[in-house]
Design a protein around this ligand. Structure first.
Ligand SMILES: Cc1cc2nc3c(=O)[nH]c(=O)nc-3n(C[C@H](O)[C@H](O)[C@H](O)COP(=O)(O)OP(=O)(O)OC[C@H]3O[C@@H](n4cnc5c(N)ncnc54)[C@H](O)[C@@H]3O)c2cc1C
Length: 385
């Protein structure tokens, strides 16, 4: 993968002239940026039917956190993803966890990581608002010879779930998937602008960068080697004022912001405000029977402390995501009118949300803005990848 600073991680081998060669065709079949669909979920009794069209399959909903305070504190929200990872390794006999960490050589960027014990999982806790590509090491899961956990963004998990259809050993070993809610990944240029805005003089001097966690939601903190200095700002300043403005074009066309293809999805319960010094908390969704059983046993075994909540807390927790999903319909129309590639979606409706959730001026902006972007950035004339 190659880090394109104003976009994200892009595969160097998949370029227009080679799109149909045998070695890239499996990757293209698995890519959710090309095609993504749900099978028909209507009538499935175990699924909350009035959520399914906008939020995908939801079987059960909890609010809670890791019971272990160290994990809870380190995690982005309630440390649920990390707690489940440690649980899988220590008690469910999983071989490994595939996820991401700060690249030690350039900690403002990410690299894919394999964890086999609690310390490694803890070190890699916390959401990182920068490009990451955990699917690049799916081979490690294929070779693991036993059950494995995959943690990632909704698109990472969707890709892994699609890839398993073509890879029998991946299918056998991929025992559990956990996705976190994601409104979009900012490019590396987003982090570089943020570092500049908080006064970091030399990116190459950084020894650690944490985007959040170590508290809820936790500050953005960059540590420099020279004079052991730290630079920081709040989550609202980092995501709200800088990083969200650098969300890449691919994410602007994404309809899955809540991990609809994962066994378990976790996000922030933003339906309420966070009290000063409050310990982290997560909204936890079981999306499959496997996910449901795993959360249930993790609660019974004391790994998670969580209470069942009304599934309607999901739309209340992420009110912007309905509008975001509606805007995708407008952007895809604009992009297609400009001749650009867009993902092909089935079973992830968005037109109704464009009609009901997107205010009139934004309706026009979603279409015209996408057309303008495609023309000015020449997206219309090259592949999205
Ligand atoms: C780009 C981005 C956008 C987000 N948008 C939203 C949003 O719209 N709404 C919302 O509620 N929350 C959002 N989050 C935050 C995230 O959903 C919550 O923090 C979530 O609840 C995870 O918390 P946790 O404490 O269970 O995870 P933790 O226990 O802290 O574990 C996080 C796990 O995610 C992995 N990880 C971290 N960054 C990445 C990455 N970039 N790609 C793949 N894997 C990664 C880590 O390796 C770790 O295993 C976003 C996070 C990111 C990185």
């Amino acid at each position: 993968m190659q880090n394109v600073l104003d976009q994200g991680l892009r595969p160097v081998t998949i370029e227009a002239p080679t799109r149909s060669t045998a070695d890239t065709s499996e990757a293209l079949k698995a890519c959710p940026g090309i095609e993504l669909h749900h099978s028909d979920l209507t009538g499935e009794e175990s699924i909350v039917q009035d959520l399914v069209s906008a939020w995908g399959p939801v079987l059960s909903t909890w609010e809670g956190a890791a019971s272990d305070d160290q994990v809870r504190f380190a995690g982005s929200s309630g440390g649920v993803a990390s707690a489940l990872a440690i649980y899988a390794l220590e008690r469910l006999d999983f071989r490994l966890v595939l996820h991401v960490e700060a690249d030690p050589d350039a900690p403002h960027t990410n690299r894919t990581a394999v964890s086999r014990n609690r310390d490694e999982v803890l070190k890699r806790s916390g959401s990182r608002y920068a490009p990451a590509s955990p699917c690049e090491l799916l081979q490690v899961i294929e070779d693991a010879g036993g059950p494995c956990l995959f943690i990632g963004k909704p698109c990472d998990v969707a890709a892994a779930q699609k890839a398993r259809k073509y890879r029998p050993r991946l299918d056998r070993n991929l025992a559990l998937t956990v996705a976190f809610f994601c409104a979009g990944t900012p490019s590396t240029n987003g982090t570089l602008e943020l570092l500049k805005s908080i006064g970091v003089p030399d990116v190459d001097d950084l020894v650690d960068v944490r985007y959040r966690g170590n508290g809820w939601p936790g500050d953005f903190v960059a540590k420099a080697r020279t004079r052991d200095t730290s630079y920081s700002c709040t989550y609202d300043q980092s995501w709200g004022e800088v990083l969200s403005k650098h969300v890449q074009w691919r994410c602007k066309l994404c309809l899955d912001h809540t991990g609809e293809f994962a066994d378990i999805a976790v996000g922030d319960p933003w339906y309420r405000s966070v009290r000063e010094g409050e310990m982290g908390s997560s909204l936890i969704l079981a999306r499959t029977g496997v996910g449901n059983r795993c959360v249930d046993t993790a609660i019974k075994d004391g790994v998670l402390t969580a209470l069942r909540v009304d599934p309607q807390l999901l739309p209340r927790s992420q009110p912007n995501l309905l509008r975001t999903r509606g805007e995708v319909w407008g952007r895809m129309l604009g992009a297609r009118l400009a001749g650009a590639s867009t993902p092909e979606y089935r079973g992830l409706p968005s037109f109704g949300l464009w009609l009901s959730e997107v205010p009139l001026p934004r309706k026009f902006r979603s279409i015209l803005g996408a057309m303008r972007r495609c023309f000015t950035q020449k997206i219309a004339f090259k592949s999205m990848f």
